[in-house]
Design a protein around this ligand. Structure first.
Ligand code: FES
Length: 122
């Protein structure tokens, strides 16, 4: 049995080998953003591993695609792709769900504005 400790609240969650961080968070009723249900397509489940990355599966290609090549350096993971391996403690920073939704809305607004400006130049 491993342990996932959340920064901020200090809450400790139990985690089993083979479980994704997304599953650990959802089983503990901790809010985590997702729209794809854990198949690595939405990138909303982004978390930061502060300690204990050695107790997780290696960063995979889907994560590099969504998070960029600096993911390993910064400790960024997709919670749905980071699988608990062995026993140990993982310290995790999980963004507020509201923050993720707001950032997504901001990005969509920027894209709409860029498209509108682009179409206005023609
Ligand atoms: S839940 Fe969608 S990418 Fe992880």
């Amino acid at each position: 049995m491993s342990k996932v400790v959340l920064t901020g609240s200090g809450r400790e969650l139990e985690a089993c080998t083979g479980q994704s961080l997304l599953a650990v968070l959802q089983e503990a009723d901790h809010p985590v953003a997702t729209s794809c249900g854990g198949v690595a397509t939405c990138a909303l489940c982004r978390v930061t591993v502060k300690q204990g990355k050695e107790h997780l599966s290696p960063v995979n290609e889907d994560e590099i695609t969504h998070l960029g090549s600096v993911a390993k350096i910064l400790g960024l993971r997709l919670a749905c792709q980071a699988i608990v391996r062995g026993e140990g403690t993982v310290v995790l920073e999980v963004p507020e769900v509201e923050d993720v939704a707001a950032k997504k809305a901001e990005k969509a607004a920027r894209l709409r504005q860029a498209r509108a400006q682009g179409s206005g130049r023609r």
